[in-house]
Design a protein around this ligand. Structure first.
Ligand code: GUN
Length: 295
């Protein structure tokens, strides 16, 4: 069993971006600038956004963090996004989800200029991705493709079972894995809450992508010997022995599943850091006038 080390691969991506940014700087060109919007005080969102902003600084990007109370009227938030759209210094805009209930997430996403939508959530980017046109690909699926690519994992002709059909992960990763690309060319089964015989389908998988947000959902009896397991879950479990009061647990029962796998991503240190690396790559593409990734 080999661990797919997201920290290592993400660092390699960041090192490469840092070199590219240094080169932009040396040529007197514009440095990528990411604007991140955080609404409210959700602990996990705060951690993710802080990590994104810190990573920008590490590789020489500019970043702006806009924080708002969870009572912010929807209109104010939309106005701020419109200002960022108009600001030529801002290359990428990220609104951390979830948003408070009174704010319409769809409206917020639709307000972001598609050419600055480095999360790849705008319907324009989703549509382009599905059509195989250059598009910003959502960071988590993009990060998964990057880690599969880095480890040269054979995906062609393999049966990939994706658990979870969210717009952010499950749906886009199922599309990317089915593409005539490398990585790609998988036969994909997308499982969700209405799937019958989920465990049985999972057992047939050469590649399992677990993205349901339920701790330890994928158990050893659901995984074929030699499978590749990608664990997207970042679940907080109470743990009094930790200073923070919690520990992070994936959607996969790692201890029991790992010995059966050919490759597996750990939590933390697997998909999480790759999501950030992919976001930074998208921001670079946006800053250099490219309409996203050619998939
Ligand atoms: N919430 C959970 N994942 C993400 C992500 O990739 N981007 C944003 N903006 N919010 C998220």
């Amino acid at each position: 069993m080999q661990i797919l080390d997201g920290k290592l691969v993400s660092q390699a991506v960041k090192d490469q971006l840092a070199t590219q940014v240094a080169s932009l700087k040396a040529q007197g060109k514009k440095i990528p600038h990411l604007a991140a919007i955080l609404v409210g005080n959700n602990g996990a969102s705060e951690t993710y956004v802080a990590s994104k902003v810190k990573s920008c600084a590490e590789i020489g990007y500019n970043s702006t963090l806009l924080r708002f109370e969870d009572t912010i009227p929807e209109k104010h938030l939309l106005d701020h996004i419109a200002m960022l759209n108009e600001n030529p210094d801002i290359d990428g805009i990220l609104v951390q989800l979830p948003l408070p209930k009174h704010i319409n997430e769809e409206l917020v996403i639709n307000t972001i200029d598609p050419s600055k939508d480095v999360d790849g959530f705008h319907p324009m980017n989703v549509g382009k991705m599905v059509s195989g046109l250059p598009a910003f690909i959502p960071a988590t699926p993009y990060g998964i493709m990057l880690i599969l690519e880095h480890y040269n994992i054979e995906t062609r002709g393999k049966h990939a079972v994706v658990i979870g059909r969210s717009h952010i992960v499950g749906t886009p990763v199922s599309i990317l894995l089915s593409r005539n690309t490398n990585p790609g060319n998988c036969t994909v089964t997308l499982c969700h809450s209405h799937t019958k015989n989920l465990a049985e389908l999972c057992r047939q998988a050469d590649i399992v992508v677990a993205a349901i947000g339920r701790p330890n959902f994928v158990t050893a009896d659901m995984v074929k010997e030699g499978a590749v397991v990608i664990d997207v879950g970042i679940n907080r479990m109470e743990d009094a022995s930790k200073k923070s009061g919690f520990r992070l647990v994936g959607d996969v029962d790692y201890a029991a599943v790992a010995p059966r796998c050919s490759y597996i991503t750990p939590v933390p240190g697997g998909v999480g850091p790759m999501t950030i690396a992919a976001l930074l790559k998208n921001t670079y593409l946006a800053a250099t006038g490219q309409r996203g990734h050619q998939n």
